[in-house]
Write a protein that binds this ligand. Sequence first.
Ligand SMILES: *[C@@H]1O[C@H](CO)[C@@H](O)[C@H](O)[C@H]1NC(C)=O
Ligand SMILES: *[C@@H]1O[C@H](CO)[C@@H](O)[C@H](O)[C@H]1NC(C)=O
Ligand SMILES: *[C@@H]1O[C@H](CO)[C@@H](O)[C@H](O)[C@H]1NC(C)=O
Ligand SMILES: *[C@@H]1O[C@H](CO)[C@@H](O)[C@H](O)[C@H]1NC(C)=O
Ligand SMILES: *[C@@H]1O[C@H](CO)[C@@H](O)[C@H](O)[C@H]1NC(C)=O
Length: 509
Amino acid sequence: MARKAALFLSIVMALACLNIRVQVSAEDTEAIPIHGARFNGGMRRMQEFKDSLIRRDLASDISPSPAPTVPPPQGKSGSKVYYVTSYGADPSGKSDSTDAILKAISDAYNGPRLGNLIEGITNLGGAQIHLEGGNYLISKPLQLPAAGAGNLMIHGGTLTASDNFPTDGYLIDLSAATSSSSANKEEKNKTSINNSQQLASGSSYNYEYITLKDLMLDSNFRGGAIQVINSLRTSIDNCYIVHFSTNGILVQSGHETYIRNSFLGQHITAGGDPGERNFSGTAINLMGNDNAVTDVVIFSAAVGIMVSGPANTFSGVHCYNKATGFGGTGIYLKLPGLTQTRIVNSYMDYTSIVAEDPAQLHISSSFFLGDAFILLKSINGVANGVNIVDNMFSGSDKGVEIVQLDESKGPFKQIDQVVVHRNNVRGMNLRATVGRGSMQSNGSSWTVDFSSLLLFPNLISHVQYSLITSDSSFPNHALRNVSANRVVIESDKASAGSVFVTVNQGGTN
Ligand SMILES: *[C@@H]1O[C@H](CO)[C@@H](O)[C@H](O)[C@H]1NC(C)=O
Ligand SMILES: *[C@@H]1O[C@H](CO)[C@@H](O)[C@H](O)[C@H]1NC(C)=O
Ligand SMILES: *[C@@H]1O[C@H](CO)[C@@H](O)[C@H](O)[C@H]1NC(C)=O
Ligand SMILES: *[C@@H]1O[C@H](CO)[C@@H](O)[C@H](O)[C@H]1NC(C)=O
Ligand SMILES: *[C@@H]1O[C@H](CO)[C@@H](O)[C@H](O)[C@H]1NC(C)=O
């Protein structure tokens, strides 16, 4: 409310500065964004804005019944906002709006252009497909007419898949358009067969700077919501994505898809759902590099985020998609040997993180609730450059370890620079790669057992110890054995004393 008042005030002040007198009621103020008025375009646009307000006032004065809003003719005065209802889209969600919305998109394509973005990508100049707060029934994927365009936004409404929507489709499909569906399949096949080839080939991206914003996308348990193939700088912002049966969002090759401030779930639930065991699908499937998922909640899906491309980053992600106890996974890092993933400031809520052969993985400042843990899964036995530090773990005293190894396919054998340290734990078992212990004894041998603390079963690469004797003896002593994570110190003569030991599995640093 306060914000609205502030907005209203700033509009009035802007008008006052330009010496234009317009009487606006609160109702008119609310209507401003629907007209897409912008205040950075100088006098001419301000005049248009004023005119539109006056027209509205007149219209409501003249006709007592609400007259159908007549959106401004497309392209007039350089407007690039395409209102889908003026193409016949049905905002009540009753009749199919696919062709109407596709026509609006096609008009945006044929509107004014502003040269190029990256080479080969035409700049559509910020054209907007405006959904006007409606709910539209969609029977086939909304695909852009052709690859090679950018700077386009689709926003402001709900898209719902109809009962005959193809189950392998996506409501919004940013893949390269082709004329026939069989050719389309072939193209998709090609893409999936060899991503790396496409990446290596360089500049042939499909789209650049497409923004999907303020959308509710309901896949009606038929396929997914958004597919982004081989595109650059795609922005998915404030979307509510539900009822997918495959992926909520699929990103394949290309780079810099930024998914922000969004909510994804197969079923609309707030946790503790009786059907949780049956949740399926993947909320976000990243098969490409350099993407970011920021401030996103995933409330229902078998896998929250599946990652198979390097150099992605996750921050502020809250996963309560399907409890690990029911077979779910929060974040699955399927990039053995080249993980290059950062997960920070996230909230794993009964859902675990799985990393296959982690190589350059950073997990910090995150909260693991409900016995959620991190599983390092050996594929070829590599764990290299892993930081799991400064996290909080909370469980229910069932003895669940905070970091676990899956060595069913063979043991980890190339372990270097793995740091699991400074995590705090409540009701779970601590595991770490750094340990500290002491032992008091009266004799010639001291053993400090780190086997219940250290992550890797038989690995101590560094030991430091002190022996403090409390009697008058002054023995010679030495480190004798570190096998099975047990540190043995022996002295040449019996004495009463304590050893203080620090150990490290971290490798070279
Ligand atoms: C896709 O590729 C697979 C083999 O990789 C092939 O069996 C299948 O027929 C292809 N599908 C299409 C539609 O080309
Ligand atoms: C994909 O293409 C790259 C580069 O041309 C090649 O090195 C690689 O072997 C190909 N991978 C597959 C699965 O075809
Ligand atoms: C889960 O799915 C199984 C098999 O489809 C079904 O028998 C069961 O009733 C479902 N459970 C819930 C809680 O929906
Ligand atoms: C250590 O053991 C020796 C021999 O059993 C005994 O004489 C001595 O008092 C013990 N010292 C302490 C501090 O218990
Ligand atoms: C170290 O201890 C293990 C048992 O923990 C034993 O099998 C091994 O022989 C010991 N090594 C040496 C050098 O004493």
